[in-house]
Design a binder for this molecule. Structure first.
Ligand code: NAD
Length: 259
């Protein structure tokens, strides 16, 4: 078990990639805080892990709300006494051409990705500095490196996470804190299922064409990235033994983006 006795907080863990990371971390021996604004979903994920004999708690928080993040992280510390890993994963998508994008929608997407990453990072660092170390993972995307049409606030936010991770890597190093970004290609989660018909409408093509021509065309094998593949990258980065691996971004995309 690669994360034995580690305490991990995973945001957006009621669904999709975050849920899979929570499961994989728990199976690797971590005690997991399943954080989400979806109360029912977070409770269900944590209960299922406990039923398998793992240690998990639901933590209900909107990552854009400063007070809820503080309270949520205090609950993790009350329950488990420490925090070794933060996975800042909660995210939303909004498909809209720039000329029609409202300021409200722009701000909403940036807030979940960037305010959420900042607020959870700040609270995690305060604890990690007290305990002398930790590992922070941000859920970036190939859209941290590449742009796509119709996704301006998402692409902007995902690029921004690279800057945050690199800054945390520098400020955190003297305290034993590492920070890295995972950059998945398209993964078939509810976030992606919702955007297939939205993109089809916006681009005037079929849903099949969105999958084939927009989402998977540049991959080496025409395959979606799986939640398990992203979770495996998260375990690798979180459990890496030395401080050499920090300030980096790891692309897991079936070759869609190569660097
Ligand atoms: P998802 O919709 O399945 O899950 C997202 C979760 O985040 C949901 O449980 C939702 O309730 C939660 N959430 C949303 N806003 C929140 C908030 N303000 N506070 C707390 N929780 C909130 O999506 P997913 O595909 O699993 O996405 C997870 C992360 O992976 C996101 O950051 C996304 O940008 C990123 N990502 C996804 C893909 C993909 O293809 N699915 C690719 C690259 C990166």
């Amino acid at each position: 078990m690669r994360l034995r006795e580690q305490v991990a907080l995973v945001t957006g863990a009621a669904s999709g990639i975050g849920r899979q990371i929570a499961r994989t971390f728990a199976r690797e021996g971590a005690r997991v805080a399943v954080a989400d604004l979806d109360r029912g979903g977070a409770e269900e994920v944590a209960a299922a892990l406990c039923a398998e004999g793992r240690q998990a708690i639901p933590v209900i928080m909107d990552v854009t709300d400063e007070a809820q993040v503080q309270t949520g992280i205090a609950r993790v510390l009350d329950t488990f006494g420490r925090m070794d890993i933060l996975v800042s994963n909660a995210g939303i998508q909004w498909v809209c051409p720039l000329e029609a994008l409202s300021l409200q929608d722009w701000r909403r997407v940036l807030a979940v990705h960037l305010d959420g990453a900042f607020l959870t990072t700040r609270a995690a660092l305060q604890q990690m500095y007290r305990q002398g170390g930790g590992s922070i993972l941000y859920m970036g995307s190939v859209h941290s490196k590449e742009a796509s049409r119709l996704k301006a606030p998402y692409v902007t936010a995902k690029h921004g996470l690279l800057g945050l991770a690199r800054t945390v890597a520098k400020e955190g190093a003297p305290h034993g804190v590492r920070a890295n970004v995972i950059c998945p290609g398209f993964v078939r989660t509810p976030l992606v299922e919702r955007q297939i018909p939205e993109q089809a409408r916006a681009l005037g093509i079929s849903a099949e064409a969105v999958v084939r021509e927009v989402m998977l065309r540049e991959t080496v094998d025409g395959e979606f990235t799986t939640m398990e593949e992203v979770a495996e990258a998260a375990v690798f980065l979180a459990s890496f033994e030395s401080r050499a691996l920090t300030g980096q971004s790891l692309v897991v995309s079936h070759g869609w983006f190569m660097q």
